[in-house]
Design a protein around this ligand. Structure first.
Ligand code: FCB
Length: 441
């Protein structure tokens, strides 16, 4: 049996990612809380992982013991700026102690400034539809970065603006008051303006800051590669879902199937690209689906499905995503800001982790500038409209008792982080079913 280790470069960041609303608990002042109370989600976030109650300490201990040297988490706008004219200094102090907590454990923080949640007052003013949204966001960013800059210089302005806009204003599963493709376009344009304003503001405040955003990148293939209609639908969906932010940051023009918007100030506003990768979609022409521009997205029946079929395990897709990023922005550092799978029983997760990290290693060996990997997530948390039905954690969570449950993936990921690599022994021990794929003779 071959014995080998796929090593990563020195200084590679190994971490996990979380977000405020999904882990803090009692986030009563944002639009998601309201959406949950109005019955739009599978259960409610409640205490979540009780980080606001202090359990971040024990979870950061787990991360540190697991050899992680980085952690991506988000700050909650609705806590920091509970009304348009007030700042909650205690909330900022709480985030400062979390950042100190990471530093004390030898963990480099990456702070996300917007991860799907908006303060209720902002939502009531129509949120990112509002002409002044970018200005309001910039004000919050200035205050927050100024308060946290002592402990953090690695910033992610906005998480998955494409998912935020499309899941809300098109699919209707995220909180919005209205729906429509034109509104989704407007929202993404305003998020871009907000991102660009934040990028400049952060650099003004902190000279050595590294600022980027996290793109949910979705590789796509046509159902029938010989079908012009499937190919057309694939291209429309691909551009519609993936390209709004990347096109504007490359050229200053946000391109979309619904029209182009000039946003010159967005050009060049990233010091790294954050890629959130989960799976690959297959696209088919579907006359019955006008809402999504006549495209149907699905996973083939013979996919390696996650527990509830939310995700298909397609590791090659993370390599393709990195390759796309390098072609689009040569030399820009790339971080995998999220990658993971829901799997309460931890049957698939070990192989999902090993196979994806193997593909990241392949990318590194093409000299693609991948600098870090953040597994989603450290501990099970509140998965938006799907609530507690999706278990993404390395650690499981008993929501009633707040007890953390250790899954085998905890040890696998710890071994990877500590070794700064993936070895044949690890694969043999945690996911022998893919041994031959990862270590062929
Ligand atoms: C991403 C989100 C993250 C989490 C994972 C599973 O789209 O950024 O909050 O919900 O999916």
């Amino acid at each position: 049996m071959p014995q080998a280790t796929y090593h990563f470069p020195r200084g590679f960041l190994w971490g996990t990612a979380t977000s405020s609303h999904q882990v803090e608990g009692n986030n009563t002042n944002n639009q998601w809380w309201k959406w949950e109370q109005d019955g739009h989600t599978d259960g409610t976030s409640g205490l979540a992982c009780d980080w606001w109650g202090g359990r971040w300490r024990e979870d950061f201990d787990r991360a540190a013991e697991g050899g992680q040297n980085a952690h991506r988490f988000s700050v909650e706008w609705s806590r920091i700026q509970p009304t348009p004219d007030t700042w909650d200094e205690d909330a900022l102090e709480r985030y400062r102690s979390m950042l100190r907590g990471l530093r004390e454990r030898g963990i480099t923080p990456m702070v996300t400034l917007h991860h799907f949640t908006d303060p209720l007052w902002f939502y009531e003013m129509d949120g990112w539809e509002h002409d002044e949204a970018a200005v309001m966001f910039e004000k919050f960013v200035r205050k927050t970065v100024d308060a946290l800059k002592e402990y953090c210089s690695f910033w992610c302005t906005i998480n998955e603006p494409n998912v935020y806009a499309l899941s809300g204003y098109v699919a209707g599963v995220f909180p919005t008051k209205r729906r429509g493709l034109n509104i989704a376009l407007r929202v993404q344009a305003n998020m871009l303006r907000g991102h660009a304003a934040a990028y400049r503001a952060i650099h003004e405040i902190q000279k050595d800051a590294r600022v980027g955003y996290a793109l949910h990148y979705r590789p796509m293939v046509a159902h029938n590669s010989w079908s012009p209609l499937d190919r057309l639908m694939r291209n429309i969906q691909y551009n519609g879902i993936n390209m709004a932010f990347p096109s504007a940051i490359s050229t200053g023009v946000m391109k979309s199937p619904m029209g182009n918007v000039r946003i010159p100030e967005a050009k060049g506003t990233q010091d790294y690209l954050g890629v959130n990768y989960y799976s690959v979609d297959t696209i088919k022409f579907d006359i019955t689906n006008p809402k999504e521009l006549f495209g149907k997205r699905y996973y083939p029946d013979d996919s390696d499905f996650s527990a509830t079929k939310f995700i298909a395990n397609i590791p090659q897709g993370i390599f393709d995503s990195i390759k796309w990023a390098v072609r689009t922005y040569p030399d820009l550092p790339i971080y995998i800001t999220e990658n993971g799978v829901e799997d309460a029983e931890d049957k698939m997760r070990p192989r999902y982790i090993a196979q994806h990290i193997h593909q990241v290693w392949r990318a590194v060996n093409f000299n693609f500038p991948v600098k870090g990997y953040f597994y989603w997530s450290l501990v099970d948390n509140f998965e938006w409209e799907r609530g507690w039905t999706q278990r993404f954690g390395l650690w499981g969570l008993d929501v009633e008792t707040q007890k953390r449950i250790k899954r085998p993936s905890v040890d696998l990921y710890a071994e990877i982080c500590k070794e700064n690599g993936l070895s044949s022994e690890m694969v043999q021990k945690y996911c022998p079913e893919v041994f031959e794929k990862l270590f062929p003779v």
